[in-house]
Structures are given as C-alpha cells and as structure tokens.
Write a protein of this length. Sequence first.
Length: 343
Amino acid sequence: MKKVLDLRSDTVTHPTDAMRDAMRNAEVGDDVIGDDYTVKKLEQMGAKLFGKEDCLFTVSGTMSNQVAVLSMTGKAEQIVVHDNSHMYNLERAGLAQICGVQPRPISTENGKYDLDELEANILFDAMQVAPTSLVCLENTFDLNKGIVLDKDYIDDVCRIAHAHNVPVYMDGARILNAAIALNIEPDKLLENVDAVSLCLSKGLACPIGSLLAGSKEMIFKARRMRQMLGGGWRQAGIIAAAGIVALENWKVLEEDHKKAKLLAKQLKNKGLGIDMEQVQTNIINIDLSPIKMTATDFCQALNEYGILAKVIGNHHVRMICHKDIEYDDIENVAEIAGKVVGA
Ligand SMILES: *Cc1c(COP(=O)(O)O)cnc(C)c1O
C-alpha cells in the first residue's frame, strides 16, 4: 500500500512503539480517587517542566482551556482573548456556554496585543461594566500560522495584567514548539504566566491528552471543574504513560521545525506563495493566489498522489510537518506540489 503523507495536522501522528509499550505496562490506579501512580508522575513532570506548583492531566486542549477559565474566573466576568484564538473561535462557544464569561476579543496580525489596547480592555467593575478577570494568550499563535510569542512580550503582558490584579493564562497547545523556536526552557518562558496548557496529542504524538499547570490553589479548583465536565477518568495511567514518554523526549519537536523549513523552501522554489519569516515552527501557510489556483483544487490534486493538506481559505492551504513525515518524504511532496501547479 502506498504511504499516505498526511500533512493536514500534527494531531494525526500515531503513538510511537515506546508509547505503546509504556501503555501496555503502565501501573494504574483510580485517578478520581487520586491514586493512579502513572497519572501522578506525568502531572509532576508537567509541573516541573512549566515551573508551576501543580498540574492536571485532562482529556484535550479544549477541556484544559475550559477548566482553566472556570477555575480562574467567575460568572459574568470578562476575559481578554485574541479574535483569532482557538478559545474564541473553535470551542463551541464554551466560554459563553460553560464558563459564563464574556470574551473581549482583540485583533492583531501577529498574535501580539497592542499593549495600550490591552490595558484599555482590562476593565474595572462599575455599575454598567463587568470586570475583566483574565487575560489569555496563545503560543504558538494561530493554528494555521504557528507564530512564536517571545518571553519579553509575554512578560510585558503579564506586567500589565498583574498591575491590575488580573492573572494571565497561556493556551499553550504548541508551547513546546515555541520554546524550541526560542531556544529557551519552558519554565523560563512561562515564568510570569499564571497558568498554561499543553496538547500531548499534537506533535508529541500521544493518542489523547493535555496538561494544565498552575498554582496549587488553581489546580485544586481545576480538578473539580474537570470532574464537573465528565473528565474524571479512572485508569487514566494507561494514557498518561504515553505522555511520560513524550515529555522525556520533547525536544525531538525540533526535527519537525527543520522539516517544515526544508519543505517550505522547496515549495517556495516551485512558485508557491510562502513567507519564510512566518515558518517559525512546524506549520506552513501557503498562499496560492500568486499562481491563481484555488485551495480546494490544489488539495484535491495532491490527494490523488496520496498527499493530504488542509484548506484554510479560498487560496490558502496549511501543511504541518510532524514525526510521521520523514525527510525523504519532503522532496516527494515538493516534487508533486510542483507538478500540480505546473512548475
Ligand atoms: C489544538 C488546539 C487546542 C485544542 O486542543 P484539542 O486537544 O484539539 O481539544 C486549543 N488551542 C490551540 C491553540 C490549539 O492549537
């Protein structure tokens, strides 16, 4: 059977043999009662990695985000989000429906809030105004771009929020990709952030799972909120075992970045519109308007050759590099993409 090269997302990665072995042999207990050894070990690793007091293992990045907001805010408060963020756009209005908060979206191209605008959106409790009780960041920013937010910027946001006694939450689904791109340890990068989440099921290749790290007090609440959402899981050590394998070796993500840069360069040589400065992690955003081809036509044509990419706009396509795309595959993808666009 011909190998399908699936570049739609890094969520398509399959667990490694080491993960499957670890899952097979995992020591388990009952995580709701609190005695699943393997889950506890993963949570301790997460707390240490992010330099936070405590950590919670959840089902998904979406659940981590909801649980974080539930444990850091109260009903009818406002939270600052980016207008292009996952939390604001891709969580079934969970912020409104589950958390009962009002998002205050701020718009920018690169994921960085204008600091004056941010401060103006941190509102005080007044007769007609709900207070702002959380500032959210996303790093890497925009699941179709993978832009990295650096520590100086994150620290600026934290300084402003904290000056108003407002905590900062980082949706860090791909935060380890950001840490690698910046060549900085995650605990240092997130030094001033109050809480952070991470997806284990993206480039890290776990089958399921996310981590949420923060203060002891916050994670105490988060654990109860996870239970409310039906996220209390019993022998979850089976799944946590894969997470432990992933965290022992997370710096392999660097390979995905190298592959993405290589592929982006080759695609650009074939005439596809690519801003190399935006290829900062494992995500490539391709603009087909220079060659006047629609994203659907392009992806359909690639499909015939067993290559999958994601349509993200009329003329925009996303490709993500990950561990199941080999260096040898990259030339192949570029070659076929070139053929498809007639280069
Ligand atoms: C993928 C992603 C999520 C959600 O993670 P799931 O595990 O798919 O629920 C949240 N935020 C960002 C920025 C993401 O990229």
